[in-house]
Design a protein around this ligand. Structure first.
Ligand code: GLV
Ligand code: MN
Ligand code: MN
Length: 406
């Protein structure tokens, strides 16, 4: 099966006509359709599909624990942000299957097992915690806390997993599965235009900026928009707005990034002052100390603005990933293999989060990036040329062949 064939079978799932973006949230019907596609594709390639205890998908070529050494795993995720692009996540999964298909037709016989993985809730778009599937797998999030996570409609992870036929009581770290993995290589569309600027179709990741999400809850008092004097208002929208401006200024001061991309005003009446505003801060920085300073500064600004307007504010950390430096030996090995395969692959850092960044705490991990001509991502406008996707498959095929040879 070619990359283009597999790609075209997946691209209709969870696509919203109106926006051209994808809404593939974990444990929803769109997610189930993506999972069915995964199992079908794996089976067509002669791979055996397993769920792990956290609902992540694994398609095995060879028996876990068999062969001359621990498995070589490749993959990414199939869930999306609201109205996300087609490539963020799925490119890595489809490329992984395409690389296996290429190895099979080349007659390659892996000395160690190869697996294709698709991790659950990488974007945290439904339950708020980014990389939830890989964090549960590695023990980076407490399963008891995860069970209580709720989506926008108040549905808990427990309820969502049960409705999808999975057992939420089983979630948690899986040391046995991790011990059987020798390397994880995630291919991903670049979420920036570094490769485009360098004229390279494929690159290798150096590391990931520390980043995290915090929910800020501003609570004021609902009142009439037409009769409440300005001096009498306790309007949570005002400190929220001041915090957005302060976050932008703080990020500019320290060479970091801060974004409010999600906000909810309650009760949401056009002719009433809000009773509360819930806002999500996404903050990223070149190192852990700068990230901490950035978040401290934004929180101080939020508290000061809240008190000025007679509003209370509280915050909750949803997920934080410290600085990730991918395994240097594995990275060098990839660069060498790619050079032999005819790719001059630049090494790039990124501010985007990935399951590879979470797994890096437990297994040697590396990433390949595929050129994104505009750099746009988390948007329906995200794009990669088919020729570059195919170059990515060729690069991943060479890497898997090398890693699974001995
Ligand atoms: C994932 O794509 C993230 O960086 O938020
Ligand atoms: Mn993403
Ligand atoms: Mn992604």
């Amino acid at each position: 099966m070619t990359f283009a064939e597999m790609w075209s079978e997946l691209t209709g799932i969870g696509r919203i006509e109106l926006t051209g973006g994808y809404r593939r949230y974990s444990w929803t019907p769109a997610d189930a359709a993506c999972r069915a596609w995964f199992a079908r594709t794996a089976s067509d390639l002669g791979l055996r599909t397993d769920f792990d205890r956290n609902g992540n998908l694994w398609a095995w070529w060879g028996r876990p624990g068999g062969g001359t050494g621990p498995a070589v795993v490749t993959g990414s995720h199939l869930d999306s942000v609201p109205d996300g692009g087609a490539f963020d996540g799925p490119l890595g999964v489809v490329s992984a299957f395409a690389a296996v298909s290429q190895l099979r037709s080349d007659g390659f016989r892996p000395a160690r097992p190869i697996a294709v993985a698709a991790f659950t809730e990488e974007e945290g778009a439904r339950f708020g915690v980014a990389c939830l599937g890989s964090r549960l797998l590695t023990g980076a999030v407490d399963p008891a806390v995860a069970r209580e996570l709720r989506d926008h409609d108040g549905v808990s992870l427990v309820e969502a997993m049960r409705a999808a036929g999975r057992d939420p009581d089983a979630i948690g770290p899986d040391d046995e599965l991790l011990a059987g993995i020798g390397a994880y290589v995630e291919l991903h569309i670049e979420q920036g235009s570094g490769l485009a600027g360098l004229g390279a179709p494929v690159g290798v990741a150096e590391g990931i900026w520390p980043h995290g999400r915090w929910r800020l809850d501003f609570a004021g008092r609902a009142d009439h928009a037409g009769t409440t004097r300005l001096a009498d208002r306790r309007d949570p929208m005002l400190p929220y707005a001041a915090t957005v401006i302060a976050a932008r200024a703080a990020a500019g001061r320290c060479g970091a990034l801060a974004t409010f991309g999600k906000v909810r005003a309650e009760p949401g009446a056009a002719n009433a002052i809000s009773s509360s505003v819930h806002a999500w801060l996404d903050a990223r920085a070149p190192d852990d100390a700068v990230l901490e300073q950035l978040v401290t500064d934004i929180w101080a600004a939020a508290q000061a603005a809240a008190s000025e307007h007679g509003v209370t504010v509280s915050r909750r950390r949803e997920s934080v990933t410290p600085l990730v430096s991918f395994d240097a030996g594995l990275r060098e090995r990839l660069v060498g293999v790619l050079a032999t395969a005819g790719f001059s692959a630049p090494v790039l850092a990124t501010g985007a989060g990935h399951d590879a960044g979470v797994l890096a705490a437990r297994v040697p991990t590396a990433m390949l990036f595929v050129r994104n001509p505009t750099g746009v991502s988390h948007s329906p406008a995200e794009h990669a040329e088919m020729a570059d996707c195919e170059a990515g498959v060729a690069a991943l095929t060479a890497v898997l062949a090398d890693l699974a040879t001995r």
